[in-house]
Design a protein around this ligand. Structure first.
Ligand code: ATP
Length: 265
C-alpha cells in the first residue's frame, strides 16, 4: 500500500445513500415540495427541521413511496437509492419499504404479540429458514432496539400492552428486523416522556453505525443532539442543508437563522 492510498482512505467521504433531485410534490392544488435537491449520506443521521406545514413529513414519505397511498399526491423529479430510481415502474414497493423502513410519530404496534410484531417482516420477506432462525432474528432486532431485556420473558404478550416508550422501541425493532439500509423516523419521540426520548435518541446513534437514519423533528435540541447533517425546510423549499453544527451556529440563510433563534415557526 502506498502513501497515496493511505491518504485517500483517511479522507472522510461518506457514500451517498439517497440522492434526490428536482423533487416536486403536489396534493391536488397544494404545492407541498418545491424543487428539492438533497443527498442523504450512508451511516449518518440527517435531521429535517422547519416550521409546521413546511413539507418535512411529505418529503420524508417520498423516500420510501409512502405517499403512493394518497390519491391526490403527485411526485415529480428523481429519487435514487444506491443509484436506482425508486419510482421506476419495476420497483417492488414492498421490497423498497423493507430496505427503507419507517417509524412513525405515534407508536403503532400491530395487535399481535411482541414476537409476532418483529417476526412479521422477516416472515413475509422470507428471511428465515425455520423457527430457530426466526427466533434469532427476533432476538437480534429486539436487542438492537434496546428492548430485549424488558420483553424477553413475555414475548407472547400483546405489543399494545407495553408502555409508550417500549412500544416505540418495539416499532424500531420491527423496522430493523428486515435489515433496512435506511430508517426514516417521523417525529419518533413526540409521544414519549424525557426518559424514553433519551433511550430512543441513544438508540438512533447506535443505529447509524449500521445504516442511514433520517429523522423529522420539531425539537431543535433533538436535531442538534442526534444528527450530523441538518436540512432546514421552509414553505416547501429546502432552504439550507449542511453539517448540523454549522446550521445551528452559523447558518448561511437568514430564514434558517430566524427559525433557530425562534423568530419563525
Ligand atoms: N394528505 C394530505 N393531503 C393534502 N395536503 C396535505 C396532505 N399532507 C400534507 N399536506 C399539505 O402539505 C403541506 C406540507 O405538509 P407536511 O405534513 O409535509 O408538513 P410538515 O413540515 O411535516 O408539518 P408538521 O411539522 O406540522 O408535521 C401542508 O400544506 C399540508 O397541509
Amino acid at each position: 500500500m502506498n502513501d497515496m492510498t493511505l491518504t485517500e482512505r483517511n479522507v472522510d467521504t461518506k457514500d451517498i445513500k439517497i440522492a434526490a433531485s428536482n423533487v416536486q410534490v403536489h396534493y391536488g392544488e397544494t404545492h407541498a415540495i418545491k424543487d428539492v435537491n438533497v443527498s442523504i449520506e450512508d451511516k449518518t443521521v440527517t435531521a429535517f427541521i422547519g416550521p409546521s406545514g413546511c413539507g418535512k413529513s411529505t418529503f420524508l414519505r417520498c423516500l420510501n413511496r409512502m405517499n403512493d397511498t394518497i390519491q391526490t399526491c403527485s411526485i415529480k423529479g428523481k429519487i435514487l437509492l444506491d443509484g436506482e430510481d425508486i419510482y421506476d415502474k419495476r420497483v417492488d414497493v414492498v421490497q423498497l419499504r423493507a430496505k427503507v423502513g419507517m417509524v412513525f410519530q405515534k407508536p403503532n404496534p400491530f395487535p399481535k404479540s411482541i414476537y409476532d410484531n418483529v417476526a412479521y417482516g422477516p416472515k413475509i420477506h422470507g428471511l428465515a429458514r425455520g423457527k430457530s432462525e426466526l427466533d434469532e432474528i427476533v432476538e437480534k432486532a429486539l436487542r438492537r432496539a434496546a428492548i430485549w431485556e424488558e420483553v424477553k420473558d413475555r414475548l407472547n404478550a400483546p405489543g399494545t400492552g407495553l408502555s409508550g416508550g417500549q412500544q416505540q422501541r418495539l416499532c424500531i425493532a420491527r423496522a430493523v428486523a428486515t435489515e433496512p439500509e435506511v430508517l426514516l423516523m417521523d417525529e419518533p419521540c413526540s409521544a414519549l416522556d424525557p426518559i424514553a426520548t433519551a433511550q430512543v435518541e441513544e438508540l438512533i446513534d447506535e443505529l447509524r453505525q449500521r445504516f442511514s437514519v433520517v429523522i423529522v423533528t420539531h425539537s431543535m435540541q433533538q436535531a442538534a443532539r442526534v444528527s450530523q447533517k441538518t436540512a432546514f425546510f421552509h414553505l416547501g423549499s429546502l432552504v439550507e442543508f449542511g453539517e448540523t453544527g454549522q446550521i445551528f451556529t452559523n447558518p448561511n440563510d437568514p430564514r434558517t437563522e430566524s427559525y433557530i433563534t425562534g423568530r419563525i415557526g
